[in-house]
Design a protein around this ligand. Sequence first.
Ligand SMILES: [Zn+2]
Length: 229
Amino acid sequence: MIVPLASEAEWTSVWTTATSWQPPDKPSLVIVPHPDDETLAVGGFIATQVAKGLPVKIVAVTDGENAYGGETNLGTVRRAEQMAALKRLGVNADDVARLQLTDSGIAFHENALVERLLPLVTRETHILAPWTGDFHPDHEACGRAAVQVAERTGAALTFYFFWTWHRGVPALLRDLPLRSLSLHPDQLRAKEEALSNHRSQLEHPSGEPILPDYLLWPARRPLEVFLSI
Ligand SMILES: [Zn+2]
């Protein structure tokens, strides 16, 4: 069981001071370590850009097959959950690149990840990736790979957060140049409905789900928080 180190009231003091942000009108490439991250951390961004008619492509790095600690291979289930969630966020199946790297093992394939990302990125791409300090080895590896790809291509890079909200403390982010994207009610609804597709994470056949309700509050804020570098 994960006990968040700081309450939402404490985090509020951080994100209310973030600078209001309008994402650039560029094609986005969203790097997603596990099915559900596309919704939890960046679903509002995706829905917002799609609503503006801007191209959004997703790189699904793993299928999240080891979410139950390897006792059951969840890959097929979670792929379907993610595709349903992305559909609700407005992303076509053709715009999802599925890499099928090993869940919980991305750091061992970081160079391979860089090589697979490079052909998908140009100087005009806006890359979204988990923060390099997001308190999950897979998220951090994706963030590091994104830094390399951005440096080699000249693409813009923006980080998103998820596990930081539960495993981090506000002092970590307080001095960083955070950006907040306010979400329109239509995008908030799309995000909530997208989230409901991730049933394998919201329920567990024999106990505590991976994402109990008390871990979902960051995903239910009326805004999303980002860090542009
Ligand atoms: Zn994840």
